[in-house]
Design a protein around this ligand. Structure first.
Ligand code: 6PG
Length: 245
């Protein structure tokens, strides 16, 4: 299925539109599903989006029954949740600390613990909570970012085997900082019913062009290997990131 592109003049407008889409889509899904399972991305790009979700909720501009959503993460840095690089920590500060959601619905990756042990724990947790097909959890929505090198979640080009791994989660290493990460594998990501990439800024335009234009180089990078098996995929971009498409 070809990716659907949504391009906006400014990152703030992209994030506002994605927050509107979140409310629309989630409430539409609730017509046929009691509970939704969503995995969030890390990094800086989604923070505007998360802030809009909490602002909309506080302004009562849109309503979501948060207790019907279970949140997971696509990846986490191997740091404590209080660390300023923690993906959970960022989302908690901007979103989860501001909305009325049961703590039991928030499933952070406890990446400050032994990484190999946490991979097992998180894999089992997903299998216990998220409806699965063939032993693979099927998320309703997975949000992703993309690095300038084409990584997504914490699957890096030099560890691209994590795209097709039979595992649900893996320990990876950031190629430059050597920081340990825990990431969902492409096996889980590609089973999601909906995958949404967010990318903004001039620094992403080259990698976005390779992926969206399906250039040969895209097959060598993890974000280019995110191809939903049965689901849909869309990209929320600002005009700078989309400039070369
Ligand atoms: C992470 C992310 C990673 C991120 C990209 C883009 O933990 O860093 O999950 O995949 O989405 O690196 O990051 P920015 O949004 O900060 O550009």
């Amino acid at each position: 299925m070809e990716p659907e592109l949504r391009i906006f003049t400014q990152p703030e407008i992209m994030a506002d539109s994605l927050a509107e889409e979140f409310y629309r889509y989630v409430n539409h899904q609730f017509l046929t599903k009691n509970t939704l399972y969503i995995a969030l991305s890390g990094g800086q790009t989604p923070l505007f989006f998360f802030k809009n979700l909490s602002d909309f909720d506080q302004q009562k501009k849109n309503k979501v029954d948060w207790k019907r959503i279970h949140f997971f993460w696509g990846d986490e840095r191997c740091v404590p949740p209080s660390h300023d690089e923690s993906n959970f920590g960022s989302a908690h500060n901007v979103l989860f600390s501001k909305i009325n959601i049961p703590e039991g619905n928030i499933h952070r990756i406890e990446a400050e613990n032994d990484p190999a042990g946490e991979v097992e724990r998180y894999s089992q947790l997903m299998l216990q909570l998220v409806p699965s097909v063939g032993g693979v959890p099927v998320f309703d929505w997975i949000f992703l970012g993309v690095g300038e090198d084409g990584h997504t979640a914490s699957i890096f080009p030099d560890q691209i085997e994590a795209i097709t791994s039979t595992k649900l989660c893996k320990v990876t290493t950031h190629p430059e900082t050597k920081q340990k990460r825990i990431t969902l594998t492409g096996t889980v990501i590609n089973m999601a019913r909906r995958i949404t990439f967010m990318a903004t800024g001039t620094e992403k335009q080259e990698i976005v062009r390779q992926i969206i234009n399906n250039e040969p180089a895209a097959k060598k990078i993890p974000a280019g290997r995110i191809i939903p098996k049965n689901g849909k995929i869309d990209w929320y971009l600002d005009s700078k990131a989309a400039e070369l498409i």
